[in-house]
Design a protein around this ligand. Structure first.
Ligand code: SF4
Length: 236
């Protein structure tokens, strides 16, 4: 374990809110958003984690103990911890998941699955990005749920095409990319509806926290975070 002692994580932002999408929708959750992602999705909703135009002035380098202390001080027992990004799978999460488990928290990860998973995660939410690097088979096999982001109708088939080896009990969501959802893009919304009706294993999703603007209520959230597909005038 010596090689991970002193491990520091680049924390872009952290905040206490609720999970706004997927199987755990509506549950209180502390988000730890790590900096850095090589996928460069043109509609990224976390552009502050990688895009040069939205690069933050500084990123906090915190070790597992410092993050765990923040989680303990800023959220009550029972709140989930969601490690997201950026691309959190690029980091060795074992020191962090060990400390958070000692605190008694359940730990979820949101990832595009492009590297081996290092850490004891209680829930793996996979969001494949087929236009970039595809998820590793071992991460697909470990996924508890999948979120396919639908910016164009063709993204549904492309996303499903990355899921060979997915467990039968894993939930598969089709999420309209936020700018498409916000604008009520009929082509995207109708394609999701048609896909779900044709294949009842699929579920139609939505990013509910963006309607509530729930994340903004925590002082630690990065209000400068501007989704590339978002609307600056509306603040997201
Ligand atoms: S949407 Fe996710 S995977 Fe794509 S660039 Fe943004 S953080 Fe990376």
């Amino acid at each position: 374990m010596l090689r991970v002692l002193g491990m520091k994580y680049p924390v872009h932002e952290r905040f206490y809110t609720w999970q706004g999408e997927g199987v755990h929708l509506g549950r209180a959750a502390y988000f730890v958003r790590l900096y850095g992602c090589p996928q460069a999705c043109p509609w990224c909703d976390s552009a502050g984690t990688w895009h040069p135009a939205y690069r933050p002035a500084s990123v906090s380098l915190l070790d597992a103990s410092e993050i765990t202390r923040a989680v303990a001080e800023e959220s009550p027992d029972g709140a989930l911890v969601v490690v997201t990004g950026g691309e959190p799978i690029l980091f060795d999460l074992r020191p962090l998941t060990d400390e958070l488990h000692r605190l008694g928290r359940r730990i979820h990860i949101e990832t595009s699955g492009i590297a081996p998973l290092r850490g004891d995660l209680d829930w793996v939410a996979l969001s494949p990005k087929p236009a970039g690097q595809r998820p590793l088979p071992e991460v697909v096999a470990r996924a508890d749920e999948v979120k396919i982001i639908v910016h164009e109708p063709g993204d549904i088939a492309a996303g499903l095409g990355t899921l060979a080896g997915l467990r039968e009990d894993a939930t598969v969501w089709l999420h309209p990319e936020w700018s498409r959802a916000r604008d009520g893009d009929r082509a995207v919304l109708d394609a999701i509806t048609a896909a779900v009706k044709a294949n009842p294993r699929l579920r139609a999703g939505y990013q509910m926290h963006k309607l509530y603007r729930a994340d903004d209520l925590d002082a630690h959230s990065d209000k400068r975070l501007v989704p590339l597909g978002g609307n600056v005038a509306l603040g997201y």
